[in-house]
Design a binder for this molecule. Sequence first.
Ligand code: BGC
Length: 843
Amino acid sequence: MRIASLTLDGLAEGLVTDAAPRISFALESDVRGEALASARISSGDWSVETDDQVGTRYGGPLEPHTEYTVTVEATGVTGAVASADATFRTGRLDTPWTATWITDARVAPPEKKASPPPLLLRRSVATRPGIRRAWIEATALGIYELELNGVKVGDRYFAPGLTSYEHHLQYQTYDVTGMLTGDDELRAIVGGGWAVGSFTYHRVNRIAADRPAFLAELHVEYDDGTRETIGTDESWRVATGGRFRMAEWYDGETYDATVDEDALDWAPASLTKPRKKPALIADYGAPVRRQGELTPVARTVAPSGEVVYDFGQNFAGVVRARLRGSHGQTVAFRHAEVLVDGELFVKSLRTAKATATYTCVDGDQEYSPRLTYMGFRYVGVTGIDPDDLELTAYVLHSDLPETGTFESSNELLNKLDAAIRWGGKSNFVDIPTDCPQRDERQGWTGDIAVFASTAAYHFDMSRFFDKWLRDLSAEQSRGGGIPMVVPRAGDKWPILPTACWGDSCVLVPWAEYLARGDVELLRRQYPTMKRFLKAAKRWAGLFSIRPTRRLVWRFPFHFGDWAAPEGGAKDWIAKGKWIATAYFANSAGLLSRIATLLGEEKDARYYAQLRERIVEAFRVVFTDGEGRLKDEFQTGYVLPLHFGMTTDAEGAAMAGHLARLIRDNGGHLATGFPGTPYILFALSDHGRLDQAYDLLLQTDCPSWLYMVAAGGTTVWERWDALRPDGTVNTADLQTGSDDGGGMVSFNHYAAGAVGDWMYRRIAGIEPVAGGYQEFRVAPKPGGGLTSASGSVRTPYGTASASWTLADGEFRLRVEVPVSTTAMVELPDGTVHRVDSGVHTFVG
Ligand code: BGC
């Protein structure tokens, strides 16, 4: 038996934390049926005995700036033993900052909708020889990078990340031991980022501060035991007008390498303060880093003369240019997701200019934006001979270990899987965004509400969701509303309860719990969920007298069947009450299950009953009592079917009606965000597996595979983002006219929520108990597939299923991690319960 992984707060190494970390470990063994009997987890004088492999809270001492080693000694049921250890460091804990926030008060706050010029800060630092350890703790209002003697410190982008700045602000810790020479210069560059720069489609700015500001402490510990702290204060010097001339999310970055920064008008820093008093907390999210480098697959010249590079993949990131240039030569890099008639199509970016502009010095040089990112596949370059340019691109997204794989005998399906995966990568840039390219990139709650489960198959989302959910809870209104965008960061919508978008407060932690088994997360988020449901119930009850109607949830506002293929915003919103009532029932049901897990029996009963009453209200108000909706639409059937709101007879009838609607629609789906993730379940789990496959494998518009067949490498916001006639759907949501930029992104993950069905029904793997301690393997072959496989790196180890179908014989191989059990259901109806190990079946 081996300890295959040991993580502290989800990290195998490098954790710096201000809270007692959670310890998890996975075991591997060649012996079938191996499982953990008990483990001793210890650190110094502290130890605990447990039979839990996930999320044991460290209970040892916690002193600031101290390293601790945690040892796990595991004993298996066979008597086998294994041990491993891991270390973490504490951050500041409660240590007060001696540094003060600094800025350049000479610079006027940016005008409306504008972003501020990036701020430069510098200070020289003298240290003695004999340094035992040195580290910098830093944060900013804005986004910053640190440099020591001209070299970037650390490898993250967009620090300190986006949090609800009124409540939380992360600080970063950089180990600089060995980098200090005795006479060094520390520099920082702070761009407007989310806190000061222009953000949201309204282009709100100065969300958390009027000017970029910086806070840092350099800590030096000498061999003789003495310590020194050098913090930001008036002794630092500040300037603007440096090489970074402009930087912001939407318009991009302008960098002039000819600027002599030493010659700028440097002045002593001015002291400042954040407007609110956010808690400064050691990084707890998943930082953005370079995750790969792409090379263009093609280069063409557009009719306009612009040289166009095709990276072959839509993604979020930045170009990396190696250029041979001459002093003052300016090179522009424009970004787009699609080409139309050989030209970059940028109308859909709306106000975002998405351009990086670089002014050269003489000779060979390199440039890559550092204070912005773009969502793109194509880059149009002007101002340089292509022979003088070597262009690649860095893929940027949060650190999210990839945990899932999917493969099938159908190449288009595999491409869809890749597109879904890239949709996640491109939109997990510190927060879950709706899209990475246009003037938005905001934390729309509805998008992640529906995608969370798929995301949790593909990636270890634990740190990422942990951070985002803290903001969600912090920003919940007193009345229980959930912002439509989290962090709100300039969003102007009132904070009210809305279906699906608000249900993210239940759906995201639930998806994360099933994937990673973290009950503590559910416990922490539980009050938020309760408040949300209470608010939903209150709003549902307004303006209705008849008791059944009092659970039909209409007000205050719902996005309804958002982004359905037909109609515009008005039509989607008009579907609000059916969708909201079904989501309400579903969340009440989930809350009942969550309450049970948390030992809140009374609550569990309350929510179970509430759910029953909502289900009844749905039935009475919306259906003929026999499974037919009075007003029929696909999502209207999908939700009650998938949320288990039907009796057997009703279910069969509803599935029939849904199948009819699909047939009448030429074999096409007609669902928006709230229905798309569940339409295949609604069919397959109600005796209509063939129709589910037909819909999945449909290649005409609208369908998933249409996107892929039309060349999409990510999932689109609109089913017909690229219409069959080759035009881009830039239809205005109200007027339908194609004149403006409309609402069309080629990189929105919501419709990619079908990935959930691909894992659960094609590969056949799904968690039953949190973290896959118990899981089901029940592949449902169909659609002409001859093989499929899926694997998930669960907290206990890798769970996988792979099957082949040849000459009528179904063969299945299942891998069950140590300490888990799987219920294997074969297509012939036989069921086998298996413990850890590799098992094969023919059925
Ligand atoms: C976003 C969506 C979001 C929606 C809400 C759009 O602009 O891109 O994905 O959920 O607004 O209506």
